[in-house]
Design a protein. Structure first.
Length: 382
């Protein structure tokens, strides 16, 4: 073998010696502790006996899993919002929640709910009571919401299901829609993206509401264009077979429901939401089509001495066209524009705190008393 000395290179003959070597073994500080050694395999590779005398009951293993709080304020209006406290079991088979909510019609409800996803047939049940109804006499005092769901296909980004819901509407004493629907969707969202990278959805539904049948469908489309800019669009249309007058529809709350409630516990898929609407309307048919753009801006500022930090922002705008037909056959057109900005903040660098400022414009004075509306909303999860 070649070697290097202090003065020159030289060659030497050396006997080969075999040495058994093993990788260096890292020993962690807790490996000598008794609480660790009891779970380590013994020298004869026998494990200790597992105690399985206690059966697992998911309903007896519910633990607190989080709370969602949202508050919104409209210019010239009262505060609205909701608080939802959730409990779940370690296997995510059962969940229980308690909630209180105040919507755009100034109705406050509180209730409890249960959801089971352990079996192929999933089901849920909610019971609520009305705490405050703005001195109205036409609202329900209490009610229930029940749902069934059957997954026909779920793999990757695709999902197909059949659903049935029964809903006792707290906004009126009479409405108790029973809904059946077929839902097909493809949903793709990566990492911590604020919006879905792509979403395609179809929902076809039929609703039995007292003596009437309401049918309709919803289409959704969303796709990322470039960077973090997203194009969104949706279509929805509902029609009833009821043949009554506008006055009867108002008194009996029959027909397709138009509602201003932006975030309600409403399982009536046939109802349409119009954020700038004054009160609820009941019509022969209604539909809308909208298109919008959203763009996320990653400007952040983190503070370790100030309680609030800024993660990112988003600006968005949407145009929606409504076609509404009353029971006399007269058609109404409504153009609605919405624009807003969202700030994703963090409280104490631990709790997400999204702040949104939204502007709405409605060009039809028959549907709103305030054509221009501004809403500020704030949410937190803890």
């Amino acid at each position: 073998m070649a070697a290097v000395g202090s003065k020159d290179y030289y060659y030497v003959k050396s006997d080969l010696v075999s040495i058994d070597e093993v990788p260096f073994e890292t020993k962690l500080f807790f490996e000598d502790k008794e609480y660790y050694r009891q779970y380590v395999l013994s020298e004869d590779n026998n494990t200790s006996t597992i105690d399985d005398s206690n059966d697992y009951y998911s309903m007896l293993n519910l633990h607190y899993s989080g709370s969602d709080l949202s508050i919104a304020m409209q210019a010239g209006g009262s505060a609205i919002g909701s608080l939802n406290i959730k409990f779940g079991d370690p296997l995510s088979q059962n969940s229980v929640n308690a909630y209180v909510s105040r919507d755009d019609t100034n109705i406050t409800i509180a209730g409890v709910g249960y959801e089971n996803s352990q079996y192929i047939l999933q089901y849920s049940f909610n019971a609520y009571g009305v705490l405050e109804n703005d001195d109205r006499v036409d609202t329900r005092d209490y009610g229930v919401i029940a749902g069934l769901g059957l997954d026909l296909y779920r793999a990757g980004y695709f999902d197909a299901s059949l659903n049935a819901t029964y809903f006792q509407d707290y906004d009126t004493r009479e409405r108790e829609p029973l809904t059946g629907s077929f839902n097909l969707s493809r949903y793709e969202r990566h990492g911590i993206s604020m919006y879905a990278n792509s979403e395609y959805g179809l929902s076809a539904y039929g609703v039995r509401e007292r003596k009437d049948t309401i049918t309709g469908a919803t289409l959704k489309f969303s796709h990322r264009l470039f960077f973090q800019t997203y194009l969104k669009s949706s279509l929805k249309y509902s029609i009833t077979d009821a043949d009554i007058s506008n006055y009867s529809a108002f008194l009996e709350t029959r027909g397709v429901k138009l509602s201003p409630i932006r975030a309600q516990r409403d399982n009536d898929l046939s109802s349409l939401n119009m954020p700038t609407l004054d009160g609820s309307l009941y019509v022969k048919s209604a539909g809308y089509g909208d298109i919008g753009l959203s763009s996320v801006i990653d400007l952040s500022s983190y503070w370790f001495t100030f309680p609030l930090s800024l993660q990112r922002e988003a600006i968005y705008a949407k145009y929606r066209y409504y076609d509404v037909k009353d029971f006399t056959g007269f058609r109404h057109s409504v153009n609605e524009i919405m624009a807003g900005i969202r700030f994703d903040m963090v409280l104490l660098n631990s709790f997400a705190l999204p702040l949104s400022i939204d502007y709405f414009h409605n060009d039809n004075a028959l549907f709103t008393n305030n054509e221009n509306q501004v809403q500020i909303s704030l949410g937190i999860t803890f």
